[in-house]
Design a protein around this ligand. Structure first.
Ligand SMILES: Cc1cc2nc3c(=O)[nH]c(=O)nc-3n(C[C@H](O)[C@H](O)[C@H](O)COP(=O)(O)OP(=O)(O)OC[C@H]3O[C@@H](n4cnc5c(N)ncnc54)[C@H](O)[C@@H]3O)c2cc1C
Length: 503
């Protein structure tokens, strides 16, 4: 028999046993009620798909093809009415408090019917993610409560994330590349806050969102140490939305330009800056890197669920077609080549689901929503009455000490190995599931022949929509390099990652 120390030693040797099995730990440590929540959110998404997504998806795509300026308000209002924009916001901030561990399953379900619709809902949580990653509890509470109020009033209040710039996509997303890139969105520190000048592009739902969480830089040549995370509200002087991208897919979800011309962001809307970074154990640059890892760890898991939805949607469409279409006097589904293709497509979807659930477990155990998944916190969040949260929540969240303690716990207690696991697994799931989504869309078109190419059959739209997944939240090439950096690279200081810039 092994002694306890022998056992620990054997399991901790590289590659660490846990690196590839977050789920094994999660079974024991996460609250059991999450699995019942998961079933509930999937059922809610299915009903939405039947009543809304499948009714609008092709019409919306065709409409925006003809009129690129059209905005998807009909879907946004419906989602708002059904409570989707507060669904995964903790109840202490006025939300419905469903576990973020179920968000991927909810989004996969909607993505299996329409990726643009999944993004119209999901990208709001990307905005919520960067807000949360700043651990500025006062701002999280203020904005979340506006989202909840917007739901009550029937006036949707959504959040976007704005990092990408005309000259900096990949570079603005990776701490190693930032200082060699061409950052252009500057923030000048003034007495009352920050004066912002610059442009952001490709910001999903920019024209529709009320709040934009924006990364700007007090030194454009050294962004890694001078990032400021700002909350900019629609209508603020000096801020406007510019053009809209005319893109190949996910047409229903606008990708917007955001323009800042002497936009003064008051200090109450500064979510995080270098002064905050200095107070953390990893220092300014290290905490900026950690914040990015928090964001990508959660958001790439979400994009992986989109990829899985695409893989499933393509599989379901192809199987349905094969079941009712004859070729050579025999139904396609009775032909072995087709059976083998359908089995391969099913495998692609199932394997992708397993991967993003691993990334979900990693987030729940070590990442952004670790503390919400601790059993006492989880059950208190479920059982305490909303009136109590509404009465005391804002008062507690306004205390500076709460943000200070949250940052100490979240930033300083997260170990480097935990960051590697969350961020590495999210990259792995993202590129594997989105590649599988695109692959299945190709296979569906092969099975369907000319019918697959027709807009009214949906399969060609799925392929156009799915392709975008391989580009956003970091291209799949970059996610492969990030996986290498986080989990594959041996412990050898001579091996460099992200040491060269492309082009
Ligand atoms: C539909 C859509 C929605 C989006 N929504 C948002 C949003 O809401 N908010 C937001 O901030 N951004 C958003 N984006 C931006 C998206 O995250 C970027 O497009 C993506 O990160 C890639 O950046 P880029 O397009 O500038 O490509 P580039 O960075 O220019 O990359 C071009 C190519 O070079 C490769 N490359 C770049 N640098 C390196 C390197 N150092 N080493 C090796 N290879 C490299 C890339 O892999 C790619 O193949 C969205 C994009 C799309 C398409």
């Amino acid at each position: 028999m092994l002694s306890k120390s022998e056992l620990r030693d054997l399991l901790n040797r590289a590659p660490k046993f846990e690196d590839m099995t977050s789920s094994l730990r999660a079974w024991a440590r996460q609250p059991g009620a999450i699995s019942r929540e998961a079933e509930k959110v999937v059922a809610i998404a299915r009903k939405f798909n039947e009543e809304v997504t499948r009714v609008h998806d092709l019409k919306l795509d065709a409409r925006i093809q003809q009129d690129p300026e059209h905005l998807p308000w009909e879907i946004v209002e419906e989602a708002n009415m059904r409570g989707f924009y507060t669904m995964f916001i903790p109840r202490v901030f006025g939300g419905k408090g469903y576990s973020l561990s179920c968000a991927g399953l909810f989004l996969e379900e909607i993505a299996s019917a329409c990726l643009a619709t999944a993004n119209i809902i999901g990208v709001h949580y990307l905005g919520f993610t960067i807000l949360t990653a700043s651990w500025n509890i006062k701002m999280i509470d203020r904005i979340s409560r506006e989202v909840a109020e917007g739901e009550k009033q029937g006036r949707p209040c959504l959040i976007s994330l704005a990092i990408t710039e005309p000259e900096a996509g990949t570079d603005a997303q990776n701490i190693e590349l930032m200082d060699r890139g061409k950052l252009g969105c500057g923030a000048e520190k003034k007495n009352g806050g920050y004066l912002v000048n610059g442009t952001k592009i490709f910001i999903s739902m920019g024209h529709v969102s009320t709040w934009h969480i924006v990364n700007a830089y007090t030194d454009l040549k050294k962004g890694s140490e001078n990032t400021v995370v700002l909350a900019v509200k629609k209508g603020m002087p000096g801020f406007s939305t510019g053009g809209r991208e005319h893109k190949m897919g996910q047409k229903g979800c606008p990708a917007s330009e955001l323009v800042f011309r002497d936009c003064m962001v008051p200090k109450e809307q500064v979510c995080f800056d270098s002064t905050d970074g200095q107070k953390q154990a990893r220092g300014v640059k290290g905490t900026n890197a950690q914040m990015l890892a928090y964001i990508w760890g959660a958001s790439r898991m979400g994009v992986a669920s989109f990829g899985t939805g695409a893989a499933r949607g393509a599989f379901e469409t192809a199987r349905e077609f094969a079941g009712r279409t004859e070729a050579g006097g025999k139904r396609l589904i009775n032909q072995e080549w087709c059976q083998s293709m359908l089995a391969e497509m099913y495998k692609n979807a199932a394997a992708s689901r397993a991967l993003y659930m691993e990334a979900t477990y990693a987030n729940g155990l070590y990442g952004l929503w670790k503390y919400l998944n601790l059993k006492p916190v989880y059950y208190l969040n479920r059982i305490l009455p909303s009136a109590l949260f509404d009465a005391v929540g804002p008062w507690i969240c306004r205390r500076r000490a709460v943000t200070r303690i949250a940052r100490k716990v979240a930033f300083d207690r997260q170990t480097d190995a935990e960051i590697d696991r969350v961020d590495g697994w999210a990259s792995l799931a993202k590129f594997a599931a989105t590649d599988a989504g695109v692959k299945n869309c190709h296979m569906a078109l092969e099975i369907m022949g000319q019918a697959g190419l027709r807009h009214d059959r949906g399969a060609e739209k799925m392929l156009r929509d799915a392709k975008l997944l391989q580009i956003y939240e970091g291209t799949n090439q970059i996610n492969r390099i990030n996986l290498f950096k986080r989990l594959v690279k041996p412990d050898d200081p001579e091996i460099e990652v992200f040491s060269q810039q492309a082009g």
